[in-house]
Design a protein. Structure first.
Ligand SMILES: Cc1cc2nc3c(=O)[nH]c(=O)nc-3n(C[C@H](O)[C@H](O)[C@H](O)COP(=O)(O)OP(=O)(O)OC[C@H]3O[C@@H](n4cnc5c(N)ncnc54)[C@H](O)[C@@H]3O)c2cc1C
Length: 496
């Protein structure tokens, strides 16, 4: 039986990046994926001859000299990606209390643009910029430098984003606008650490890009690089058990009974699911309980629209609309008032710059609303479920029609995704959008490190650091430094 240097569980961005890094470094790796498609949230699907993204719509930090650009350069994919830069003057538009506010790219530009709407708040906006920059400067891997234990990043996991924004300005409207894209991190004002807000917001303000013709291109390029490095990828290979021998992980067992051995293991799936794969006493009960009790972020309902040719203009920005007098929708979530907010966007296609081929709308949905169908297999959930999704879709479409009159007439077909779809395709608990909830009231509880008490088992993926392309990239590098050495790997990345 072949024995690998490293077996990686899960082929989402986290698993693929660990595979890329370790195979670049000469390790003989094997990635095991339970689905047919590799990529987890990077998966796209095709309907009506068109490509639809599921879990990546836009990312930041990809311009030369910025963090994600340098990481992607090291992964060998930066020059091969088909990117489209969002509007420099408005990559996000926040539609709040009937008015549009624009987020511009480049922090000075961002400040100037919002100062046009809030002239008396210019100093507050400048203060916002310098504080966000200050917070981000404390995160070593975000800045591609080694963690020497001197940084003070932990303190920013103890301050809530709500308190932080209130400290910037007493102007309630501006407070809301500064948090206008909090759907990107399922924000809760008195819970979400300011660190999450700062790291994500800063990266997008630096530069914001979409992936032309689908985000699966990232997965395809990473799969290709791993294969070129001699790595193995196995789809339809669900890991069920992790076997230990003499206090070390020895093999994994797949659902078809196949046994795969390795010297090291990286699990890039939800840590609670990883712990369920072994009952070893090396992992203490308190650790298991802490991990399995972690709260999951809220889920989402999405509509994927196939549009009639030449009927709806491509929008080079993301549009966040709010029906309430607050952009913090999660604490006020109310199924009776659904949808309370939505994100609407038109993914770019290489076929046209002027018109959109497809559009996507997303709004929060709690898992409880679809729980009654959770025990049926996908495709067999019956008419009730289909009716429920149709009813919700029509409600959301009517709402979009108010802000984009004529949109409805440009729809050819649409497809919906509920929290159950997300659960089916990514295996996240309760169809959680972004994995675990980070809580500034109990930061230690929600911080998970790559190292475990099983000496040759490391964890990775969105729950280790924070979610999103940037968060998972940093998490993957962090995990791999445990095997390769922090200074060694960062030197390689910086010299790529
Ligand atoms: C609707 C939505 C929109 C988003 N939009 C953006 C965005 O615009 N920009 C951005 O940066 N981020 C976005 N994100 C977040 C981003 O997609 C995720 O944070 C990131 O892709 C997570 O990567 P991961 O590798 O940690 O996990 P996943 O992508 O969940 O991958 C885990 C993989 O492990 C596999 N797996 C699970 N269990 C097993 C097992 N037992 N055996 C084998 N394989 C297993 C799963 O099938 C899956 O392929 C979005 C997420 C969602 C849900």
């Amino acid at each position: 039986m072949q024995k690998y240097d490293v077996v990686i569980i899960g082929s989402g961005l986290g698993g693929l990046l660990c595979g890329n890094i370790l195979s670049n470094e000469g390790k003989n790796i094997c990635i095991l994926e339970k689905q047919f498609q590799f990529g987890g949230n990077l998966q796209t699907f095709k309907r009506d001859g068109k490509i639809f993204d599921t879990g990546i719509h836009y990312v930041g930090g990809l311009s030369p000299g910025q963090n994600l650009h340098q990481y992607f350069k090291y992964f060998g994919i930066i020059d091969k990606l088909k990117l489209r830069k969002l509007d420099e003057n408005a990559f996000d538009k926040i539609n709040f209390e009937g008015k549009n506010y624009s987020y511009a790219q480049g922090f000075d530009h961002f400040v100037e643009a919002l100062a046009n709407d809030f002239p008396s708040e210019k100093n507050a906006l400048k203060e916002y910029k310098s504080k966000i920059k200050e917070i981000c400067s404390h995160f070593p891997l975000y800045n591609l430098r080694p963690n020497l234990g001197l940084d003070k990043e932990k303190q920013f996991y103890e301050i809530s984003v709500g308190d932080f924004i209130k400290s910037i300005t007493p102007n309630k409207t501006l407070q809301n606008i500064l948090a206008g894209n909090n759907l990107l991190y399922a924000g809760t004002p008195n819970k979400t650490p300011v660190a999450i807000h700062a790291l994500i917001t800063n990266s997008l303000i630096e530069s914001a890009y979409r992936f032309e013709d689908g985000s699966h291109q990232i997965a395809d390029l990473l799969v290709e690089s791993i294969k070129n490095n001699g790595g193995t990828l196995m789809n339809n290979s669900e890991v069920k058990k992790l076997e230990l021998n003499n206090g070390k992980a020895e093999s994994v067992i797949l659902s078809n009974g196949e046994v795969i051995e390795a010297d090291h293991f990286i699990s890039a799936i939800h840590p609670a699911l990883t712990l369920e794969m072994t009952d070893t006493k090396l992992l203490r009960k308190s650790y298991r309980t802490r991990i399995s009790d972690l709260e999951e972020s809220i889920s989402v309902f999405s509509i994927y629209f196939s549009l009639k040719p030449g009927s709806f203009k491509y929008l080079n920005y993301n549009y966040y609309h709010f029906n309430e007098d607050t952009v913090w929708s999660i604490p006020k979530y109310n199924p009776e008032k659904w949808p309370q907010e939505y994100l609407f966007l038109t993914p770019p296609s290489s076929k046209s710059k002027e018109f959109a081929e497809t559009a996507t709308a997303m709004t929060y949905m709690k898992y409880d609303e679809v729980k009654q169908w959770e025990n049926s297999d996908k495709g067999k959930r019956g008419n009730d479920y289909e009716e429920f999704k149709k009813y919700k879709a029509e409600k959301l479409i009517s709402q979009i029609e108010i802000q984009f009159p004529g949109f409805k007439a440009s729809i050819n077909k649409y497809y919906t995704s509920s929290p159950l779809s997300l659960k089916d395709y990514t295996g996240t608990r309760n169809g959680s959008m972004y994995g675990i909830v980070h809580d500034c009231n109990n930061p230690l509880k929600t911080q998970i490190y790559p190292k475990t008490k099983i000496p040759n088992l490391l964890l990775s993926g969105q729950n280790i650091n924070f979610h999103g392309v940037l968060g998972v990239t940093v998490a993957s590098v962090f995990t791999c430094t445990e095997m390769l050495g922090m200074e060694y790997l960062l030197e390689k990345i910086n010299n790529a």
